[in-house]
Design a protein around this ligand. Sequence first.
Ligand code: ATR
Length: 280
Amino acid sequence: MVESKKTGVIGWPISHSRSPLIHGYWLKTYNIPGSYEAIALAPEKAELFFKDFAKGDYIGANITIPHKVAVIPHLDVMEEAAKAIGAVNTIWVEDGKLHGTNTDWLGFLGNLDAGCAGWDKTAKTALVLGAGGAARGIIYALIQRGFQQIHVANRTIARAQEMQTHFGSAVLPHALEDADKLVGECDLIVNTTSLGMEKNPPLTLSLETIRPHCLVTDIVYTPLETPLLRRAKDKGVKTVDGLGMLLHQAAPGFERWFGVYPTVDDELRQLILKDMGQAQ
Ligand code: ATR
């Protein structure tokens, strides 16, 4: 009998997760005998679950809210990126040991590389709006790509200052209301706040002084074209939407568990958009 590897995404709640659709698509595409389930794990059960994970049936999993930090004490091995970002979204069992990493930063970079090839060639200065968990992965990614100045503007300035303490002097903290003044010196603008998401107010960033080569991207992908991206397009600058980050962050985990680095193709993108009711 062919061995069927079990994986899944662990979170609470978990029914909204699109990861089963993504990995299910790849399992079918590559004809791999495996499974990827949505695993609902209540916070009070997390400790026991992760403690015994390596002895159980699963060969690995994605970790999502609220377990991305809670899983850390149960890891035997934690990769550098996860240490730097302070959160784990991918785990696997190797020789009976539980390993963990973070692929969100790779998802961010993979999405920009696919959507705007060469975007980082001469880019040196970025404006990151927001200083939450998502911003951490993105700041890490930008440092890896050699960005020298990363302006981080956040409603709560103390959280932007924490990013500087954590990542060093390339990070320059600001209050969110001061972000307009920084637009004109940036090569890349990234929204990592929840502003612009369906039912939320839009981000009010003035693009008056935006440079013609500046790339604008948003981690919000519901709607796919956020008000920020629409305004950037109206200004004639390049934009990359946030859906690709979700798809690209999934690929390294799939490779780790099943041995194939999967392609993020348009059929997969359409499948997710259809699920979101936004097929194009
Ligand atoms: P995530 O892990 O998705 O980044 P998070 O850690 O809750 O989630 O961070 C959400 C980000 O959106 C934060 O930067 C937050 O600003 P604060 O640190 O001041 O809370 C930002 N955010 C959320 N709602 C906002 C709003 N109404 N106005 C401005 N910023 C907002």
